[in-house]
Write a protein that binds this ligand. Sequence first.
Ligand code: ADP
Ligand code: MG
Ligand code: ZN
Length: 651
Amino acid sequence: MAMNDNKHKNGSDGSGSPFRNPIIIFIVISVAATLLLNLLLSAMTAQRRTEIKYNEFIKMLDKGEVSEVVITSDRITIYGLPQTEQSEVSTPSVMLFGIDATEALSEASRPIYYTGYIPDDELLGKLNELGVEYSTPVENSSPIVNFLLTWVLPFAFMYLMIMLFMRFMSKRMGGGGIMGIGQSQAKMYNVEDKTGITFADVAGQEEAKESLNEIVDFLHHPAKYTAIGAKQPRGALLVGPPGTGKTLLAKAVAGEANVPFFSLSGSEFVEMFVGVGASRVRDLFKQASSKAPCIIFIDEIDAIGKSRDAQMMSNDEREQTLNQLLSEMDGFDSSKGLVVLAATNRPEILDKALLRPGRFDRRIIVEKPDLKGREDILRVHIKNVKTDSTVDLHEMALATSGAAGADLANMVNEAALRAVRFGRTAVNQEDLMDSVEVIIAGKEKKDRILSPEEKRIVSFHEVGHALATALQKNTQPVQKITIVPRTMGALGYTMQMPDEEEKYLNDRDELLDQITVFLAGRAAEELVFNKMTTGASNDIERATELARRMITMFGMSERFGLVGLESIQNKYLDGRSVANCSEETKTEIDREIIKIMKERYEIAKQLLIDNRDALDEIAEYLIRKETITGDEFMTIFRRVKENREKPEENE
Ligand code: ADP
Ligand code: MG
Ligand code: ZN
């Protein structure tokens, strides 16, 4: 079956006939199958029946050669006497739908004849007199029923199949499908009459909340604004990295204003069929207008709002959807209290027309939270969890620099799961700090056993990083070093000591020191084992990236000075950058990067050579313990240093 289907499709694709359409193929196949089936059935029955004249039938009756007569409205079927020997017409072996029909068709081995029906008053009397059985079948008697059974029923069946098939197709294509083009169906968007979320559920986004407060007020008292002649913003765009609470904020606006929340995701808009997205937009705005005041929220608006000229291929569907959205944004009556919120993490690719006044002219930045913000977010989420007295959210906030709200929510949940795993009824600080590590570095991989040799290398590598930090900053460099492999690929892992105050500016020397720290892992390997391993690849990547930015974006190289050689393309996602310079300049940039890396590597190596005693001692200790704290690290480091200085003092 499947193979046949394929053949059909291949053949028709090549020729470009109307058979390309799967539905037409399906209909053609069903009609052909019905015809074939009918032909086969009638052929089989015809083979065994012989037509005779009516008077021949009467003659047979008189001769007593008839055992049974079946009378229908258009014919009389005559069964002869059973024959002892096998009839000359050999019964073919017939398989119908996998059932052996041979026996049923052969009907013992009575010869069967038929003749047309002639109204004959004497016939019944004659049959009675001769004692011949006669009957008229209840079913199958009228030609209409016959016709229905052989022709209409199969088609009805096929029609049903086609309907099922189409339903299946439309489901696969999502939404309206083949039949429903332009027809909006139930689940195009979500409507929540009450989101149940308020600004209290969103922490660490004070500026964003402030901007949105005006919208809330407008939804509460639209008259206040219209009375003075002020026009409210029709739309606001929430911009920020993933997981910072954009969706949450939009819901909170609806919750605070106590209005219905219409939401949909931009990617759901864009369909395979041209015109579907546009009709959905139209429908959404119509529905929402009738329920105003309310909020329409379009998540991931970049899926529809992509700039129309910046595309490699034009996408009619998206363009139509976008045009419809633009015209709806202009069209709706904002005095009724309809506000459109949208969220994106790629504002730079949005079409300019979306951003002009009267559309999404307000931009609300939802950044990753700072230290205090993280602590507040943790507090919001820890409310739902039972905790004991050891919990210190400040410490956890310190350790989670760079985490977004969604990460923090996830960490709290991981901690609760861990507490359950250990059979406790409340979450403690250890659960929280462990879950931070799990989110950052992955779970401990107990089944990956490092060989003793590998363990030594990883240990020296990690201590190399830590020592370089300690020597350059002269403070405790790390919170924890471990050489237990993690699921996310790290063989060893150094947890940086969090800065009590967050830094928003870095000077050139700090950045160079950072590169030195990155390279110190490899430097330790080379120094101690005189080997290069693959373990440093991530360090090298990050160091190179940093060096490149210093040159191309921060204006920190003497060679190029203050020229912007690269710019960041998508600030809120991976922060990839694009070059703004000629090929020759790129080559020179690469040379400059190589120079910086070589210099910093030598510096890292020299640092470790000068502190080889500390490196050896701490690394050996780490090999034995597998995990050490920053305090243990500092204790050994200080002791080694003092021992070293004492003899010098004596001299
Ligand atoms: P975004 O839409 O920006 O990608 P979401 O709003 O979907 O992020 O956030 C996902 C989840 O992360 C939320 O449901 C919430 O639990 C948590 N979260 C994110 N930011 C915050 C925040 N500022 N305050 C409290 N919880 C937050
Ligand atoms: Mg979201
Ligand atoms: Zn490393």
